[in-house]
Structures are given as C-alpha cells and as structure tokens.
Design a protein around this ligand. Structure first.
Ligand code: ATP
Length: 372
C-alpha cells in the first residue's frame, strides 16, 4: 500500500541498538486497539530480524486526569520532545470533566506543540471489505496547522469570535510557507507512488486564501517534473471521489477540506475502522487512527484495530525512510500484507460484518506477520 507516506528528512537517525517509540493509549477503544497494534508491530520487527522497539509508555487522556490532574501532562510533552515517533490512541475529549472538555484536545495540543503540519490519510480499499469504491487507492495530504480551522490558525486565541451575541465570525489563514511545505510533502509522496497530484481548493469563491494555496502548490509542482498536477474545486472533488475515486493518487488540500474529504474517501474505500493516518513534521511523526474513541463499543472486545495497526506501520515506514532501522520498512510491509490477507480471508470485526473479536483479529494478523 502506501510507501513511506510522510515528509522525509534523513538528518536524525535512530540508534541501531533500539528504536524508542512513544506509546499513548488514549481513551475508549484505545485500551484495546493500541496494545493490539503494539503486539503486531513487535511481531513484525522480530520476523524481519530488526532491532526491537523500546516502547515508551506515556500518560494522556482520562487516565492522565486521574494521575496528573490534566489530560495532557507537561511531562508527556517533555518526553515526546526526545522521541522521533509515537503512537497515539484515540481520545474521548467529550467525556472529560470541566474545565478540560472545551480545551484543545490532547491530539491537537501535540500537533501544535511539535508543528506536525502534514496529516497523511490514505484511503485504500481491501479485498474482502465491502466498499463503494473497491479500486480506490489514494492518499489525502492535509495541511494541518492553519486554513479555516479556528482552533489552530492563530498564535494565541482562536480564529473564531462573536462581536455581538447574534454575530459569529471566523478567520481563515493561508500562508505561503505552510502551503509550500505541505506541497513538497505531497509531491515527494506522489513521486514514490503513481506520480499524480490533485490540488483541491475553492478559488472561485475564496480567491485570495485558497487561491494562494493552489498557486503555491502549482509553483512547487514545477520542481517535480515527473509528477502530473491538476486542480479541482472542493465541491467538484467530492463528486469526483464518489464517481471515479480510483483515478486519484495524491490529493493535497487545506485543513478543513482535507478533514471532510478524507472522511469521505475513508468511507468510500471501506470504513472508519480501516482508515489509518500519520501526522508528521520534518523531524517527528505521530501514528493516529482516523477514527475516534468509539465509547459505544469500548471495553467489549469489538473494536476494529485495523486503522491503528496500519497507522503504526506508516510510522515504521516514516522512521525507516529518514535514517532509522531499514528493517522497520520491511516490518511495515509485512504488517500491511498480513492485514490485507487477513481481511481477504474473511476474518473481520463486527463493523465490517465479521464475527472476529478485536483479540481474534489481532491474533490472526500476528500469526500471518510471523509466517515465513
Ligand atoms: P471523534 O469526534 O473523536 O472522531 P466520533 O464520536 O465522531 O468521535 P468515533 O468515535 O470514531 O466518532 O465513532 C463513530 C462510530 O464509528 C461509532 O459508532 C463507533 O462505534 C464506530 N467506530 C469508530 N471506530 C471504530 C473501530 N475502530 N471499530 C469499530 N467501530 C468503530
């Protein structure tokens, strides 16, 4: 599937003796799917003879409110600053007590603190999983730090405000710098895939903001002569994804459009439970499933761990692509193949219409990962 789907910077290699990776379990089904992904990752590394991962457990979420009095302890952020990569389980911030409920979520805080500007969200259909677009295999590269998301587009405060009780306003922010770096991430990725980038904007209405984004992406594209580039309005793009989603390779867009289109593409290619993601800067990456904490099924051994497992594989690819243990790249391939073969064989959790529990699904994937 996706190969090394993130910005690459081979400046800081992981030590050959061990690969330290942060482990933040999160809330709800995180307690089931994160340990499953961890076990499968360990099995894959051992199967390819790589140096073992040293998992660094770090507190976050509801448990951290109990132990540290906050869902996002400063000690966790300090520890993350020392790591190149980590796995973050989903958080259920809606269930946090006041005053934490309305605050920036743990995932948002981490993305902001470490400037994880690229949200890489593959949407790939799997044989054995019913999908509206069974041939879809694309990656949405979403700008993660500005755009029309008011919670992240200001240095301090929010880009949303109310001058009177009856008037609400929002400010969108698009900069050349942020557009350039996300465009480079998209074109580099496309040059390792099928060589096509689609820039999604709405420059017929938001002419200055999304127009700047579109123009900068095209300028950057000139540095990648081997990659074909086209543009689409976001509304047309939604229709194209439904009608001919299999034709797209890498889609680069601003924050809010990327959020919406990646849920659409995830659903067209399968289900929320199979949609992985990576949040990356040039020096750090965070594996995070596209779905939430699913409190309705938490603790019942029913959650689909696929997205979390594949997100962890993406992190392995990213680490190996930037000077880490090359065996991590082979381990990632093994994990991706094992998941694809497991689903093709009809072993699936309830969200995909299957009968397997979380543990049974994870055991089957582990056995395939270990198979010679
Ligand atoms: P958030 O805003 O944090 O994304 P949400 O409530 O919008 O949270 P989810 O927590 O992702 O969304 O849950 C949406 C629905 O999808 C729920 O019915 C949930 O049970 C289901 N779901 C989400 N992830 C999984 C999974 N990994 N396995 C099975 N079902 C899932």
């Amino acid at each position: 599937m996706v190969s090394n789907d993130g910005p690459v910077n081979p400046t800081r290699a992981t030590t050959p003796e061990s690969t330290p990776i942060g482990l933040l379990v999160g809330d709800g089904i995180g307690h089931e799917i994160v340990p499953a992904a961890q076990r499968i990752a360990d099995a894959a590394v051992s199967a390819v003879g790589g140096t073992p991962v040293t998992w660094v457990p770090l507190d976050v979420g509801l448990d951290a409110i109990g132990t540290h009095g906050t869902p996002m302890p400063e000690s966790t952020l300090v520890a993350l600053a020392e790591l190149d990569g980590w796995v973050l389980g989903p958080h259920d911030s809606a269930s946090y007590p006041e005053p934490f409920r309305g605050q920036l979520t743990p995932g948002g805080t981490i993305r902001k603190r470490f400037d994880l500007f690229a949200n890489i969200r593959p949407a790939r259909a799997f044989a054995g999983v019913r999908a509206v677009s069974p041939e879809m295999d694309l990656v949405i590269v979403r700008e993660n730090t500005e755009g029309f998301y008011a919670d992240r587009n200001m240095f301090t405060g929010s880009g949303e405000f109310m001058p009177t009780p009856d008037v609400a306003m929002a400010v969108g922010v698009v900069t050349r710098r942020a557009s350039e770096r996300i465009a480079h991430a998209a074109f580099e990725l496309a040059s390792r895939r099928r060589g096509r980038v689609t820039v999604v904007h709405k420059a017929n209405v938001l002419a200055l903001t999304t127009g700047l984004f579109r123009d900068v992406c095209h300028e950057v594209g000139e540095q990648y002569p081997g990659v074909e580039v086209r543009s689409e309005h976001v509304d047309a793009m939604a229709a194209h994804l439904v009608r001919r989603g299999e034709e797209f390779d890498v889609v680069v867009t601003e924050n809010m459009f990327g959020d919406i289109l990646s849920d659409l593409a995830g659903e067209l290619s399968g289900s929320l439970g199979t949609a992985p993601s990576l949040n990356a800067s040039e020096t750090k990456a965070m594996a995070q499933a596209a779905h939430g904490a699913a409190p309705d099924i938490a603790g019942r051994n029913r959650a689909n761990p696929t997205a979390m497992i594949l997100s962890t594989a993406m992190l392995f690819e990213w680490l190996s692509g930037r000077g880490g243990d090359p065996a991590l790249g082979q381990a990632a391939e093994r994990i991706q193949l094992a998941v694809a073969n497991t689903l093709e064989a009809g072993v699936a959790t309830a969200d995909l219409g299957g009968l397997a529990s979380t543990a049974e699904f994870a055991e089957t994937v582990t056995a395939r990962v270990l198979r010679r």
